[in-house]
Structures are given as structure tokens and as C-alpha cells.
Design a protein around this ligand. Structure first.
Ligand SMILES: [Zn+2]
Length: 425
């Protein structure tokens, strides 16, 4: 195993130091380290972060390997600075059995680019009718701890209660896609001034807020852990603030796109901006940014949702919702938060690793710590070219935008997955 001596790097924004990576771990830190056998990386001007952790990734395998595979999604993740991703269950077949979650977990290990932690479905086939084999998935080799019907809401309150009760035994988490389905039938975009102007059926904020309000009360009643996927409205932030003040064990995520883009984008009728939950208003964006800063929202999660060209480059009404996210998330975070490195490390690595219970991830580089880390050039600016992305799909809403920051290197247990900004394998 090659040793690496990273020279003059700022660890999470601190004063420049050297980092020696050996045998899968950070062996030493300090100024002027020597290691004759090590490959030297001049990291002057670069920032080292604990490897990023994505709690919400769609890898599409099994079933839609034309849109993404575990391997291509893992490569996109590594290039985005990630060392671990949680793979959502809405594959085909659905990841609702020990067999499917073990398949995804094994494919992740074979790719060897990031740790792929499967998320199990809450209900059989995501149909919302009966609980999936949560215990069998938890006991499987994949050791599933997060369960979600993402893409669909667990709308039945009795099923949601039972799911929360069930996972309590092994400290599991239910990750809810909060969308009251009766309120969003036929919805094409956020319900508001823009949808009225365009004559498109709206997805009202209350459809999200009502489910979050119900579920924080259920989680409080049961005493279980609840996670809210892709929070998108100012009202949801207020419900979460109230729940957290009461001590409810709820955590929440926001996506990069909900931190940057608004429903005005729908006026272009470019389906690349169609996403679920939809892009909201500028005042929602402001509230989400404030909640991310003050901790009401715990993490940034990408909701990386690759789609094949025929599913995305069509009429708005027929296009699938979803956007790519893994290769641009850190740049969006830098754009939105500025160089607040400790906050970025907390929201994109430490907190998601804690929620998912991923040992060895989300820990700042220090002697003895597994070398899961990424090196960022904050001064670089890059133009996003969809054709250059490692994802098999091209549905990025940031095409030809200039974004700050570039991932220079990523290490998974001491082995580089990215060097000089390029995937190693
Ligand atoms: Zn979702």
C-alpha cells in the first residue's frame, strides 16, 4: 500500500500542516514531516475535509443501468469528494428484501470507490400497503439502518407508526419523503404565483408540511428516530424547529438545488428543472439557508437522481422528476455558505455519518483516524460540462454554469479514488 505525504494542507480551514497517510489511516500530522517512501502531494492552498457522506443517492442499479450503475454513481461520488453514499431503495426490483440490499452492498464493495450503504424500503414494493422485511434487511450483510420509500411518501399513519416502532429495536431510522399524495395529484411544480401564471398544476407547500407535522408527533409518541428527506419549504423549517425544541429525535436534510434554485426556473419549461419536491420560492430558499446555518436542518444531501435522456429530454409534463447532484454538491455548498469549512464538514460529512451510523466516516483527519478524506481547491472555478460528468446521465441543472471549488483528491481508507481531479479507476 502506497503512503502519501500531503504537504501544506489546511485541515478543515486550519493553519497549513502536513498529513501522512499510511496503511489506510492518517499516521501523523504536523509541520515538516518526512517519509522517504511516501508519494508527496503538494497541497498548498488546498483544504482537507473528512470524506463527504451522502444520505440520499439514487444509483439506479438494479434495473435502470442505462441511467446509472453502482459503479458509475460511485465514481461520480468520489469525484464529488464523497467517501460514502446511502443508496435509495427505489430500484427495480425494489430494495425491500435482504437479497436486494446485499446485492447493492456487494456491487458497492466490488466498485471500491466509495462505501455504498443500502437504504431499505419501508413497505413492500414501495406500495405503502404492508411493511417490508425490515428486520431481515437489518440483519443482512448490508446491515441496513435507514429505511425509506423515497419517491413515495409513507402516507398511511398506521404503517408509519408501526415502521417507527419496528426500527427502534436496532436504533434504525425512518427517512420520510414528506408528500401528502392527495394534495399533490397531477402536480407539475410548486403551487404559487408562477404556477398560476404558467397554468401548471401546483404542489402546495402544505402537502410537505402536513406530513412532517404528523410524523414528528408520531416519532415523539413512539420515541423513535425520524429523518426528513429534502425539506423544501419555510413552513417545514418552522415545524422542525418546534419539534426539535420539544426534543423529538428528528433530523432533516436539504438538497443543493433547493438551496440555490427557485420555481422561476419552471418558466423555461426545461424539464431539467423538474424535481420532487419542486423548486420553491426565493423566500423558501432564504429560510432553508438560515435553517442550515442554525442547525434546524442537519445536513445537505444530494438526492442525486440520474435519468436517461428519453425520460428527461421530453415535454415537461412527461419528464421524470430529479437532478444530478454528486459531482456539484460541494461547489453549491461553497457558493451558498462561503468558506465556512467547519460548517461544511458538519453538514456534509460528520452529521450524515452520525445519522447513518457509518463508522470511520465523518471524522476529521487526525492521527489514528481512517484516511477517508477529500482535498478541495477553494480558489478554483470550473464550468460544468454535462458531457464531462462521470454519471451515466446528463440531467444537471448547472450545465455551463461557473461554480467555485474543485475536488483535487479523494482517499478511501488511504487509497486514492481521485487524484489531480481525475478518477483513479
Ligand atoms: Zn424523495
Amino acid at each position: 500500500m502506497t503512503a502519501y505525504l500531503v504537504r501544506n494542507v489546511s485541515v478543515v480551514g486550519g493553519a497549513p500542516t502536513d498529513l501522512l497517510i499510511r496503511d489506510g489511516a492518517v499516521a501523523e500530522t504536523g509541520a515538516g514531516l518526512t517519509a522517504p517512501d511516501a508519494t508527496v502531494i503538494d497541497a498548498t492552498g488546498l483544504v482537507a475535509l473528512p470524506g463527504l457522506v451522502d444520505l440520499h443517492t439514487h444509483l439506479r442499479e438494479p434495473g435502470r443501468e442505462d441511467a446509472e450503475t453502482v459503479e458509475s454513481g460511485s465514481r461520480a461520488a468520489a469525484l464529488g469528494g464523497y467517501t460514502a453514499v446511502c443508496a435509495m431503495a427505489n430500484t427495480s426490483p425494489v430494495a425491500d428484501t435482504a437479497g436486494v440490499v446485499e446485492q447493492v452492498w456487494r456491487l458497492g464493495r466490488e466498485a471500491g470507490l466509495v462505501d455504498v450503504q443500502p437504504i431499505g424500503a419501508v413497505t413492500v414494493g414501495l406500495a405503502g400497503e404492508r411493511l417490508a422485511e425490515l428486520g431481515a434487511m437489518a440483519d443482512s450483510a448490508a446491515r441496513v439502518r435507514i429505511f425509506s420509500d423515497d419517491g413515495h411518501c409513507v402516507a398511511d399513519p398506521k404503517l408509519m407508526r408501526r415502521a417507527l416502532e419496528y426500527v427502534k429495536a436496532f436504533d434504525g431510522v425512518i427517512a420520510q419523503h414528506a408528500e401528502e399524495p392527495r394534495l399533490t395529484e397531477g402536480a407539475q411544480m410548486h403551487e404559487g404565483e408562477v404556477s398560476t401564471r404558467l397554468g401548471l398544476t401546483g404542489w402546495p407547500a402544505v402537502a410537505e408540511e402536513a406530513i412532517i407535522a404528523r410524523d414528528v408527533l408520531l416519532a415523539e409518541h413512539v420515541g423513535s428516530r425520524l429523518h426528513i428527506c429534502h425539506v423544501s419549504t419555510a413552513g417545514s423549517v418552522e415545524v422542525l424547529r418546534h419539534a426539535k425544541a420539544r426534543g423529538v429525535k428528528v433530523t432533516a436534510e436539504v438538497t443543493p438545488h433547493h438551496l440555490l434554485l427557485t420555481d422561476e426556473k419552471a418558466a423555461t419549461y426545461d424539464p431539467v428543472y423538474k424535481v420532487n419536491p419542486p423548486l420553491r420560492t426565493a423566500s423558501d430558499v432564504t429560510a432553508l439557508r438560515a435553517a442550515l446555518a442554525d442547525g434546524v436542518i442537519d445536513i445537505i444531501a444530494t438526492d442525486h437522481a440520474p435519468h436517461a435522456v428519453e425520460d428527461k429530454e421530453c415535454e415537461w409534463a412527461y419528464a421524470r422528476p430529479g437532478m444530478l447532484g454528486l459531482e456539484t454538491a460541494l461547489s453549491i455548498a461553497l457558493d451558498v455558505l462561503g468558506p465556512q469549512w467547519d460548517l461544511i464538514a458538519e453538514r456534509m460529512s460528520r452529521a450524515p455519518a452520525r445519522i447513518a451510523g457509518l463508522d470511520g466516516h465523518g471524522v476529521d483527519p487526525a492521527p489514528g483516524v481512517p484516511a477517508n478524506l477529500t482535498l478541495v481547491d477553494p480558489a478554483a472555478r470550473r464550468v460544468i460540462e454535462p458531457a464531462e460528468l462521470a454519471s451515466r446521465s446528463r440531467n444537471t441543472p448547472y450545465a455551463r454554469m461557473t461554480l467555485p471549488g474543485r475536488i483535487v483528491a479523494t482517499f478511501l481508507r488511504g487509497e486514492p479514488t481521485v487524484l489531480d481531479g481525475k478518477a483513479v479507476k
